[in-house]
Ligand binder design. Structure first.
Ligand code: NAD
Length: 284
């Protein structure tokens, strides 16, 4: 289905955080965070909202829960928040999300490509549909958001693009062929965009987190607990012990604070980098 036929792309969504007619015409800088109804994306949206950006939340979930997330963000930080339900597998819906952001806010200051999914299987048994889906959401979606957002950013002479890759954008693990390939691709895309935008007020960087305790990882922990016949807590400890020397999970808020830093003037000359936030994983 084309994006224009889906609710939230053609139909104007609710704008949370603008209560009066005057406020409704107020326009300001926004940050788009894909896949931000959960986990790391939500943590990033919260930290960007706390820094004063209007927020375009994106991702799946129950309409009521998403409405509450938007309202809470708007109330807590005094910024305007909208939700785009654009499916990151669909180029037309992605274009619709960028159009919506440009319509509701004066400028897209920050784009965070965060939406991502995981599936594990040995490469010879990897389901083709899962490969296609992981490539579409974890890599191709970032190409579509970036190619759509760059013309207005170039015209404005400013913009920040942050791609949430993974430590699997730098090193591999078994049974994650599609994820590792997509995340390495995302790091490569980051470097090309950084070169093409250098000196034009735009930066593009990748963040490469180690383990962060989100629904995406909780599923892997639950699978490991079943396989090893252990408790969830024991499976968590085993997961960390295997790769992450700090023995602690990275938090979504820590990733959010790094996005805020990358969006600040202090990071004007920081571009084309893949920044590992991994408790020492890649130091080994
Ligand atoms: P999560 O499962 O908690 O959240 C994923 C988000 O993406 C949700 O909001 C979901 O609705 C959204 N989403 C999924 N498919 C979508 C689609 N087709 N279109 C639009 N939105 C879609 O996952 P998370 O752990 O917060 O992961 C976020 C990102 O961080 C991913 O790119 C992931 O690869 C990356 N990452 C996670 C970890 C970790 O340990 N959790 C580590 C490194 C990198």
């Amino acid at each position: 289905m084309l994006g224009a036929d889906k609710p939230g792309t053609r139909i104007r969504p609710a704008v949370f955080g603008r209560r009066t007619r005057e406020e409704a015409t107020m326009r300001l800088d926004c940050a788009i965070v894909t896949g931000s109804t959960s986990g790391i994306g939500l943590g990033i949206a919260q930290r960007l909202a706390a820094s004063g950006y209007g927020i375009v939340l994106n991702g799946f979930g129950e309409a009521r829960e998403i409405g509450k997330l938007c309202q809470d963000l708007a109330d807590e930080h005094g910024v305007a928040v909208i939700h785009s339900p654009a499916d990151m597998r669909d180029a037309a819906e992605i274009e619709g999300m960028i159009e919506l952001a440009l319509h509701e806010f004066s400028r897209i200051a920050v784009l965070v490509n965060n939406a991502g999914v995981q599936f594990t299987a040995p490469v010879h048994a990897f389901p083709v549909g899962q490969w296609d889906s992981i490539m579409a959401i974890n890599l191709t979606a970032a190409f579509h958001t970036i190619r759509t957002v760059l013309p207005p950013m170039l015209a404005a002479g400013s913009g920040r693009i942050v791609n949430i890759a993974s430590i699997h954008g730098l090193v591999a693990s078994r049974e994650k062929a599609a994820y590792v390939a997509a995340k390495h691709g995302l790091v490569g895309l980051t470097k090309v965009v950084a070169l093409e935008t250098a000196g034009r007020g735009i930066t593009c960087n990748a963040i490469c987190p180690g383990w962060v305790l989100t629904p995406l990882v909780e599923k892997q922990i639950a699978d490991r607990a079943v396989q090893a016949g252990t408790s969830i807590d024991a499976a968590k400890q085993a997961l960390l012990a295997e790769k992450q020397p700090s023995g602690e999970f990275v938090t979504a808020e820590q990733i959010g604070d790094l996005v805020v830093f990358l969006s600040s003037p202090a990071a004007d000359q920081l571009t084309g980098q893949a920044l590992a936030v991994d408790g020492g994983w890649t130091a080994q």
